[in-house]
Design a protein. Sequence first.
Length: 384
Amino acid sequence: MNPIFAEAPTTIFETMSRLAGQHNAINLGQGFPDDPGPQDVREKAAEAVISGWNQYPPMMGLPELRQAVAAHYRRFHNLDLDPDTEVMITSGATEALAGALLALIEPGDEVVLFQPMYDAYLPLVRRAGGVPKFVTLRPPHWRIDEDALKAVFTDKTRAVIFNNPLNPTATVFPREDLELLGRYLEKFNAIAICDEVWEHVLFDGLQHQPLIGLPGLRERCVKIGSAGKIFSLTGWKVGFVCAAPQILKVLGKAHQYITFTTPPNLQAAVAYGLAKDDAYFLGMRRDLQAARDRFTVGLSSAGIAVLPSKATYFLNIDLAPIANDIDDAAFCLRMVEEAKVAAIPVSAFYAEDHVRSVVRFCFAKTTDKLDGAVERLAAFMKRG
Ligand code: PMP
Ligand code: GLN
């Protein structure tokens, strides 16, 4: 069997969720919200199952959804996308990532990855025959620096996977970093696979800037989004891929042999949801920001060092002030067993040069859970 999968561990998300169940812990590990998602969007999906078309939808996605995606990105990000030639619907961002890698790289091509990286990237790159080249980002700023890019870009670089806002660090790259990356894409004739699933989950008034919207990068980017994060419906797995026509044509060929299509009722409901007024999107941010603030205040008053969270459902704590040689994975195991709170060790998102002092918590949870977790963690830290 292929060793990339045969020898792969179970994902850290499954592992920590299983441990949370075993120890009856509050699960702040795997990133999914307690919020059930907007009722009207869910009703649309239900209605579409009962009265809609339940046979194969068009391979590139329902026309109404492709139009809704283009209109949505025009409204929020000032992008000008042709729904017929530049937008495709996939079964989640994960399918979009897999398809993009299969379609864009040939065995031996180099792919630049920024660590910490979402867990699916590396096995998918390897299975597509890509050779990973890592750029290591470090707390507390997790910024890209030019020397690091200089060290990994070569004339074999074909693609970069660029996740912004970044899971697990909960940061948003400043425009300066996007421009720096853009210069390297141009210089080395490479393509960025932009994982922007967190594009709507930004706080403190920050606005998302898609890389594809920067001057000169329109033909160098594959932009990937996901309804899961926009509507707090992570199980829905409806992804959006936007790219210039000549790129999207090839991505469509990969998609037609992977899933071919995506459930039509969910597509119809997402098309409806993307057209919701600004108040919905702002309200979602406001509620999540309030949860972030509540959890941050709680942890800080328990003497725990919290790293700034500017986006995503996550915030990180820094264990470095507790001890120099701390190991985040061991810490998370003890925490789930003794404090009965599950989190994710950020070292799981590195392939080499691991940062081992940072632990990720999901705050998209009820206030009872957040307050309960703070109480348990405060007592746990006091015991030492
Ligand atoms: N990329 C990132 C950075 C994510 O955080 C996630 C899900 N949390 C995904 C991709 C997967 O998205 P989907 O569920 O739409 O496949
Ligand atoms: N993306 C989610 C997270 O970061 C988990 C997704 C999964 O379980 N594969 O927590």
